[in-house]
Design a protein around this ligand. Structure first.
Ligand code: FAD
Length: 512
């Protein structure tokens, strides 16, 4: 592979030398979600230990399309710029039926945005940049080649059994974040199972280098492409001048034969032209839409793929996991610091459970459109594709993946509803407006914060005086006040609040 993997050695730690310690937070898994959780916790001053089974970052591109909200979250750790500098940014997707372009969609119009709708960077780069950020952070102890083999939860904490090349040790913590992926050892240890659907169709997914100067390209998705006998194909440009190609193969395939480089190369040349091609990575996947019923089990909190798994059509797996990390970290930090009661953590389960349900529903619909399960579904799908060539109404029914956007935590127990029309809804992340002194999100502290369009009462958290030029995005008039949580989501807004109303909403957003 062109990517130069760095091998991270096992290093001794106090527990391996027989010294018992008690850590505030243990994190199982050093993938994108575990690493982001550790960085987010550290930003609130909470130390953590991350146990990672492997000695290197992820194999193959896997999570490739990183969405705007992930970039906003990772920007707080200096990682977003690394992703943008390395990756390939895009805002437009094109859909083809056979050779004919049915339509294209633009995810974000030109404007003063800090981030694009998406940047394509192979997951190993995303993890590499996260590891670099972790290494700069003294509050995080990242332990490579440290496999969690057992989890013993108790009423006040959790004990992990950790296997290393130099034997086993126990690690104690007040809380465990289980971010150990789809085959989670934590899930197994707690006797928990995923519930949901498994799809039968196999997809060939490969990273390839085409040795020719191909034009810049948007996301391209084909139904019934002339170059491939299967139902669909997808192609994305990614970092290092590589292409990520996905070919739908059908339910029964010879996995080893399909991954053979000569077979992959033949497919790619039909898709991208008769140029020399080299294969960096190839894998065969089937997809699932499954989740744990609950993400909080006492002192154990599940995040990312250990809590939910979706098919990649929509780029919702890694992006939603990063939002899990952001949602969980401030709540855990506030509970540990005694600023909130433990009940606040139940809202993590409610809010991110709602996000997982939405992601599973939307990716499930996309997967069923791409891989119709019955003759009737296939007739419907093909009719939609034919109609979409000429009729606008049918284009909305074509589903090649509804791309990741942040979940609006509508109806969250932390929100306070008021009589307010338009603007940014409770449960929605704050828009990153360009203001006189830079982008709004760059000014938000790791705390509750008020946005005041006019004079504000004296409050126990910071308040930013907003210019009236920013009023339209917030449907604001003089006197309007928005209350944001530490994870930049709106929890309440008023046209003209008094002190008591704001304090009550603040108390509610702290969980009670
Ligand atoms: C083909 C494909 C394409 C995808 N495309 C996208 C995309 O474009 N955008 C997107 O957002 N997502 C995408 N995803 C999903 C994305 O890759 C995952 O959602 C993401 O990796 C989840 O991160 P995670 O940290 O929860 O889990 P993982 O990335 O699986 O990380 C878990 C980590 O835990 C470690 N671990 C496992 N068991 C243990 C143990 N017992 N002890 C210690 N450590 C352990 C593993 O070594 C690993 O490092 C794609 C996935 C696939 C397969």
């Amino acid at each position: 592979m062109a990517y130069a993997y760095r091998s991270h050695p096992w290093r001794s730690c106090p527990e391996a030398e027989g010294r018992a310690l008690r850590h505030p937070v243990l994190i199982a898994g050093g993938g994108p979600v575990g690493l982001t959780t550790a960085l987010e916790l550290a930003a609130y001053g909470i130390p953590s230990v991350v146990f990672e089974d492997g000695d290197r970052v992820s194999e193959g591109s896997r999570g490739l399309c990183w969405a705007k909200r992930s970039l906003e979250i990772l920007d707080r750790h200096g990682v977003a710029k690394r992703l943008i500098d390395k990756g390939y940014t895009w805002n437009t997707g094109r859909l083809f039926h056979g050779e004919q372009e049915i339509y294209h969609f633009v995810l974000q119009e030109q404007g003063s945005h800090k981030f694009p709708a998406f940047v394509n960077v192979q997951q190993y780069y995303a993890e590499e940049f996260l590891v670099e950020a972790v290494e700069r952070q003294p509050l995080i102890d990242l332990r490579w080649r440290s496999k969690v083999v057992d989890v013993r939860p108790g009423p006040d904490g959790v004990v992990l059994e950790v296997e290393t090349p130099h034997g086993r040790y126990s690690a104690e913590g007040d809380w465990l974040v289980a971010a150990d992926g789809t085959r989670s050892a934590a899930r197994r240890a707690l006797g928990l199972d995923f519930q949901g659907d498994t799809y039968e169709d196999c997809f060939l997914i490969a990273d390839v280098k085409v040795h020719a100067s191909l034009p810049k390209a948007d996301r391209r998705f084909w139904f019934h492409p002339s170059f491939h006998a299967g139902d669909t194909a997808l192609c994305h440009k990614q970092a290092d001048d590589q292409w990520r190609v996905d070919f739908q193969l059908g339910p029964e395939v010879d996995r080893e034969a399909e991954k053979a480089p000569e077979k992959v190369i033949a497919r790619v040349r039909k898709m991208l032209g008769d140029h020399p091609v080299s294969v960096e990575w190839a894998s065969i996947y089937t997809f699932q839409g499954r989740r744990l019923e609950r993400f909080r089990h006492g002192r154990v909190l599940f995040a990312g793929d250990s809590a939910h798994q979706v098919s990649p059509f929509g780029a919702r797996g890694g992006n939603s996991g990063i939002q899990d990390a952001e949602n969980l970290a401030w709540k855990l930090a506030f509970v540990i610091q005694g600023k909130a009661l433990e009940d606040l953590l139940d809202s993590y389960d409610v809010e991110r459970g709602q996000a997982a349900a939405e992601n599973i529903r939307l990716t499930g619909r996309s997967t069923r459109f791409l891989t119709p399960k019955s003759p009737a579904e296939r007739i419907f799908r093909d009719a939609v594709l034919h109609l979409a060539e000429k009729h606008l109404f049918a284009r909305g029914l074509v589903n090649s993946g509804r791309l990741s956007v942040p979940t609006v935590h509508e109806g969250s127990p932390l929100n306070t509803e008021t009589d307010f029309e338009g603007g940014v809804l409770p449960g929605e992340p704050c828009p990153n407006l360009l203001m006189e002194h830079g982008y709004l999100l760059d000014r938000l502290p790791r705390d509750f914060v008020g946005l005041a369009f006019g004079p504000a009462p004296d409050l126990p958290f910071p308040v930013i005086a907003m210019p009236m030029q920013a009023a339209s995005a917030f449907a604001a008039a003089p006197g309007t006040f928005y209350l944001l949580r530490p994870d930049q989501h709106v929890v309440a807004r008023w046209q003209d609040p008094d002190l008591k109303e704001i304090l009550a909403a603040h108390a509610r957003a702290l969980g009670g």
